[in-house]
Design a protein around this ligand. Structure first.
Ligand code: F58
Length: 806
């Protein structure tokens, strides 16, 4: 059934009047948006319930993707696209005299994640539904999302993100599906009448976990999967025990706020509480669902796959054990076999400081029964491995060590699959970071290079480019992204290259309009747009980018008539509020921006734009306008990266170290179409091992770099006495942990090559086109296919679901 604009207008008007009881013409954008959201919920309701029905009726295997974070971005447009009615609704609204873009912008962008890991989870939700794979997300409904970032005098200031202020049209509260999560108290083991040891709980605190479900709509395939986010509440029957506001607050606190750290694990008990809260709630609801199917427990792994997105949900493992042992009466051996077969784990980082470990005392106090189970898992692991490996190796792999519970060890031991997120990253896990485990369990290890959904990052974000590709190669690439490679045959077609350039220019103008309106910075849209967008972290080396800008600045100051390619340097980055050094780098870059942007001697030759409050929505504006993609982390440190893939898909050329997925980007696009520089991971490791890196020597021997670094401390950059000194010292005095100085020379060299190539627009556009055409392999659809086939063993259920239609 094809929706006509007339039908849409009628139904939409009815929805609107039912909601607001007044005439459409008097409403605000948020009201139109809310009405549209409600309309869509009704429009897709049948598909949602049919999908559920099909899964239950056919008793298919389902995957549950447990993630502490989901970063879905605004959902109105993507839901319309996936439902196949984007154009109809847009046209219908226009006929009613309404501006669709204004309405779409009224939606808040739910920032329920920090960065790459959370966004990956949401790209995966889109692909799982679009492939018709029975899959569910499981996470936390934070009352406040990641802080809003403001700049005050160049400093980052954090404001609360009250994303639920206007309500959330997409979610459905399911009070009838609530479960109880137990914290604290004591768990005393005693024998039950059958002689089994069972815990008797006393003085526990019981928290009600209430799910809020959101439909994950597949791309034009009638599938609607489920994202379930849990909220903590006082159980009504226990209200009587909560006497003070402080007591009540403690319960609400559990799901109150997202931890804003993207690279340091947060050792606070509230974080652990959050982790157990959503894993316990999720696992309990899975078990309840499974029991409807009346199957024996042995079949559990044939029907359920639980995926642990980094270690934050690793308590799924002892939680499933607890339920199987204590509530369902299985033996340890049976329960353990089921648990291992059910669980799989993805690692997203090799940074030591990001590895979660919890003090034993904390775990014992917070979840005593879970701790007992972890202890038993640990003991059995040791008993099993000691006869096979040296004691040293065995003890290096224990879950409990030095008074801590190591979550990665628990996740690896309790899962049947462990994967990294790019080839290089997986290699580093196998041969460096997790080599002891790789020796014990070689078959568990596998790679799943990250991917992105081309629906959001190309169709929706870059409609101009989408149309061009459609015109040239047809639309089959939308469901089979490998078809994008057909676009390669236009690499020598001048007409196509000119169109590509025109689209890019248009996108640049749109970003320029934003910069002008929001920041008062005037940009020349014909300048080269150079983009680095990602969390602010020393290892990602936004500093290296800043050094390059300063190097150019000094060159132009020396010779104001210098003929140099004008560039706009665009940054978007939030720093963790407690990460002082990262915040100092923000202040530094903002000050450089002020200095450079307002210097008449520089003019349009350099502009620096540091956008405030970078997130999914801003990424959708920036990425289509980008020409250079900065992927300049120290080799070996970035697990994969995903902005590298989004930028490539939109025609940016990558300036990169051989890190994370950049390596695979190089492999697909070819060495001639990417700008590589810097140390590789082996060279970095060699420096670590032989301790021969001395950054001061580089400072002393390189006058060009010296001059750049001196601007931090000699007053050239005004008003950064403190920050400038700290950063200078970190690089020169304290031996430059991330080899910024070491890579400087080759970085500026490669940037000169970028400038040269840009002088030849056709050559540039050709490489841009080849990047777009080579980005198909990074579609999350492929990544998810591999997860489904190789790890989860879930099958697409499109026919089963579609049988319900009509
Ligand atoms: C990121 N990790 C990796 N962690 O840094 C990036 O290379 C990779 O592409 C991406 O995952 C997806 O695999 C990341 O974003 C976090 O934000 C965690 C959030 C919770 C606390 C610890 C860090």
């Amino acid at each position: 059934m094809v929706l006509t604009t007339k039908e849409f207008r009628e139904d939409f008007s009815k929805t609107f009047e039912g909601l607001y009881a007044f005439d459409l013409s008097e409403a605000s954008p948020i009201q139109y948006y809310t009405a549209l959201g409600n309309y869509l919920k009704v429009y897709s309701a049948d598909n949602w319930s049919h999908t559920n029905q099909a899964y239950l009726e056919h008793q298919v295997k389902q995957v549950y993707y447990f993630s502490m974070e989901f970063l879905p971005g605004r959902m109105l447009k993507s839901n319309l696209l996936n439902l196949g009615i984007l154009d109809t609704v847009r046209d219908g609204l226009r006929e009613m005299g309404l501006d669709f873009e204004v309405i779409a912008r009224a939606e808040v962008d739910p920032a329920l994640g920090n960065g790459g890991l959370g966004r990956l989870a949401s790209c995966f939700m889109d692909s799982i539904a679009s492939l018709g794979i029975p899959g569910n997300g499981n996470g936390i409904r934070y009352r406040y999302g990641l802080f809003q970032q403001k700049f005050v005098d160049g400093y980052q200031v954090e404001l609360p993100e009250n994303w639920l202020r206007d309500g959330n049209v997409w979610e459905v509260r399911k009070e009838n599906k609530a479960v109880m999560v137990r914290f604290g108290g004591q768990a005393i083991l005693s024998e039950d009448p059958d002689g089994r040891l069972k815990p008797i709980y006393s003085q526990t605190q019981n928290i009600l976990a209430v799910p809020y479900d959101t439909g994950m709509i597949g791309y034009q395939n009638e599938v609607v999967n489920n994202l379930r986010l849990w909220s903590a509440e006082i159980p009504p029957e226990e209200e009587i025990h909560y006497h003070t506001i402080a007591d009540r607050e403690k319960v609400n606190q559990i799901t109150e706020v997202l931890y804003p750290d993207d690279s340091n694990y947060e050792g606070q008990i509230l974080r652990l509480r959050q982790e157990y809260f959503f894993t316990s709630a999720g696992v309990q609801s899975i078990v309840r669902y499974y029991k409807q199917m009346v199957l024996t427990w042995q079949h559990f792994p044939d029907k359920v796959a639980i995926h642990i997105n980094d270690t934050h949900p690793a308590l799924c493992i002892p939680e499933l054990m607890r339920i199987l042992l204590d509530e369902e009466g299985l033996s340890w051996e049976q329960a353990w076999e089921i648990t291992q077969k059910t669980m799989s784990y993805t690692n997203h980082t090799i940074l030591q400081e990001a590895m979660e470990k919890w003090p034993v005392r904390m775990v014992q106090e917070l979840v005593p029964r879970i701790y007992q189970i972890i202890e038993e898992i640990n003991q059995r692991h040791i008993d099993k491995k000691l006869p096979l490996y040296t004691p040293e190796l065995t003890y290096r792999t224990t879950i409990i060590a030095d008074g801590n519970v190591k979550m990665a060890h628990l996740a690896i031991i309790g899962s049947h699959s462990v994967n990294g997120v790019a080839k290089l990253h997986t290699e580093i896990l196998m041969h460096e970071v997790l080599r002891d485990f790789y020796q014990m369990y070689p078959a568990k290890f596998n790679n799943k290079t990250n991917g992105i959904t081309q629906r959001r990052w190309l169709h929706l974000a870059n409609e101009g480019l989408t149309k061009l590709i459609d015109n040239k190669i047809g639309t089959a690439w939308k469901t089979n992204p490998s078809e994008l490679k057909l676009f390669k045959s236009f690499a020598n077609n001048e007409d196509t290259l000119a169109q590509l350039a025109e689209i890019k220019l248009e996108n640049k103008k749109q970003f320029a309009a934003y910069a002008e309106k929001e920041m008062g910075i005037e940009l020349d849209p014909t300048a080269l747009f150079d983009v680095q967008i990602k969390r602010l972290h020393a290892y990602k080396r936004q500093l290296l980018n800043a050094l390059h800008i300063l190097d150019r600045y000094l060159k132009i100051k020396d010779d104001p008539d210098l003929d140099i390619q004008p560039r706009v340097f665009i940054f978007g980055a939030k720093a963790a509020p407690s990460y002082v050094y990262a915040k100092q780098i923000i202040k530094l870059i903002n000050t450089i921006a002020d200095m450079v942007n307002n210097d008449p001697a520089i003019g349009n030759k350099i502009k620096v734009v540091f956008v405030e409050n970078y997130g999914v929505s801003l990424a959708e504006l920036i990425i289509p306008a980008a020409e250079v993609s900065e992927q300049i982390s120290l080799a070996g440190k970035e697990a994969s990266g995903t902005s590298n893939m989004k930028l490539m898909l939109n025609g940016a050329l990558t300036v990169a170290t051989l890190d994370g997925a950049n390596v695979e980007i190089r492999d697909f696009v070819g060495e001639d179409n990417i700008f590589l520089f810097g140390l590789n991971d082996q060279e970095v490791y060699a420096f670590y091992e032989n301790g021969t890196y001395h950054s001061r020597d580089i400072y002393d021997s390189n006058p060009r770099l010296q001059r750049v670094l001196n601007t931090f401390i000699d007053g050239t950059i005004p008003g950064i006495e403190t920050e400038g000194r700290v950063i200078f010292d970190s690089l020169v005095q304290y031996n430059d942990e991330y080899f910024v100085l070491k890579d400087f020379e080759s970085y500026v060299e490669v940037q000169e090559k970028v400038d040269q190539l840009y002088q030849d627009p056709m050559a540039w556009n050709q490489k841009s086109l080849l990047n777009i055409a080579s980005s198909g392999p990074f579609s999350a659809d492929f990544t998810i296919k591999r997860y489904a086939e190789e790890i989860w063993k879930t099958d697409s259920q499109l026919p089963a679901i579609q049988q319900y239609i009509h």
